[in-house]
Write a protein that binds this ligand. Sequence first.
Ligand code: FE2
Length: 659
Amino acid sequence: MLILGFYGGPSTEFEAGSPTQTHDGAAVLLKGGEVIAAIEEERLNRIKHSYTAPLRAARFVMDQAGVGLDQIDRIAIPYMAGSAERLLRRMYLADPSAEHALDVADALRAQWRRYLGADVPREKVRFVPHHIAHATATFEMSGFERALVMTIDGQGDTEAGLTLKGSAEGLELLHRVPIPESLGHFYMQAIGFLGYRMFDEYKVMGLAPYGDPERFRAQFEAMYELLPDGQWRLHPHLLDGMYAQLMPRRKREPIEQIHKDFAASLQQTLETVVFHALRHYRASTGLRDLCLGGGVAHNCTMNGNILRSGLFDNVFVHPAAHDGGNALGAALSVHRSEARHRPQRLRNVYWGSPLGDGDSVETRLRAWSDFLDIAPSANVEEDAAELIAAGKVIGWVQGRSEFGPRALGNRSILADPRPAEFKGLINKMIKTRESFRPFAPAVLEEQAADYFELPAGATRFPFMTFVLNVQPDKRELLGAVTHVDGTARVQTVSREDSPRFWRVIDAFHRRTGVPVVLNTSFNNNIEPIVDSLEDAVECFLTTGLQALVVGDFVLTKKDGAPRSALVPRLPNHVRLHERRQRDDDGEVRDTFELRRAEWNGEACKPLPAPIFGLLKRIGDAPIERLAREAGLALDEVMPTMEELWAERCLVMRPQAAQR
Ligand SMILES: [Fe+2]
């Protein structure tokens, strides 16, 4: 049986701001309960947290299996039709003149008919509640026979979390967390005081170890009550009282000790409430294994503390615990109700875009030969390790891209994990992000216990979902990947499941005696993780990365290559905007902007008039020709064009790489 998991908002075009608060659209294809392909829409449309309908993703996963929509047996949707219909009605009220369907199955079927070319009979469409999808994704992939299952997020459908018992018979509901008690909403509201917002939660988690939770303990303790039977009550309105001690930090203001202390208290509050619930259900159910899902389960500091506490024998956290993973959860839920056998334990998540075979990789790389020196390699793992051991920071692209928010060795940036100064250096050269955030170590599974404190009997942590202690005698050695509190977000790498990545680390080990590399996602701070070969090359050319390994090729930047020979293109989510306004002196001025649609609004960037004019004429001509025709000198144009490229407001590719 072929099951398509399909998660995203109703929009087919990306405009400014999600109309339904949906995010992280994705599609998954299951065959006989096993994943054939899975990808988030953002990887393909290149818009972080894309909320649009996952049409590119759906096409991709079906292409991987060589099937069309008419051959799909079930389409699984991870929300309740009623919740979606409430949203559709609200949209209708807001704009009755637009075209709106009020029946969600009909709306989806019309969309599929139009964009995916098939009429799907209504009986093939299945709706799975949001938190059941979270719970199914984590339990079904855990390989545990029986487990306590807990999902925690902001909100999905009509709840903020579920606690369930998972077994061969399926999932049995123990408790629903009502929306007012949402830990996800509470956390999000609180991080506003630190100048952060949705999708920044991991930054606050990274900040917490620098802080002292004592400073705000009393205030935070007043914001929750721990009730009998593992229940809790939150008082988020008391956050308003925080203004007396902490004016919310504005973006770009410095992060001070008070912010770190606030982050520490918040982290402690989250963990106190979750532990309260877990202790109760551990005792009342007798279940010894735990599965976590929902966006809050990406808090890997919390996950590490749960693991270390010994409360459960085993803990599994789904690597795509957030809403994107619900495309998978819904599909697995439908599979269980139809087929009644469980899939195999999750071993890896290399389910995305394939890189392609050597010949096609070479042909696509050759299109960039004016900009890249391309060296075929007889042993690419050894060559990559040599570069890393020589202190280079490299891009590493192999096989199929990862499903979920972590790069796990197929779309990664790799470097030496030892020099502490690499934290700042890599942040500066590639990520342009806050330097307090550490990078993650990837370690050979066989050697993991020598470098990290693993719980008794546990050897596999392949998904970077847990923060563990670095062995005290290794903390100084692993300076670039050890956080201020002596912890690290570890990925163990298995020879069997990630053979190429394992061989790179092994080769680095032979050279340096250290079986660990620094592994961070291959992207800058604006874009989703690179997916295609072209995404990788563009990221390489617009960051300080020192080499790029793609398939069996080692690439370096060609000095002095004329970037004005590149052909610029505006991505679908970027538009040019011209407006006339009166300034303070009463004079009328024209202003020119480039606007990039984002998940929760639009980023505006003012442009000089000549560049605006040049961008208006973008077609299939290289920059040098556009500039000549506009009567502009290249040195007037290129700095802005390169900046726009680095900010992913422009795609720039050679003529031969246009697709
Ligand atoms: Fe969720």
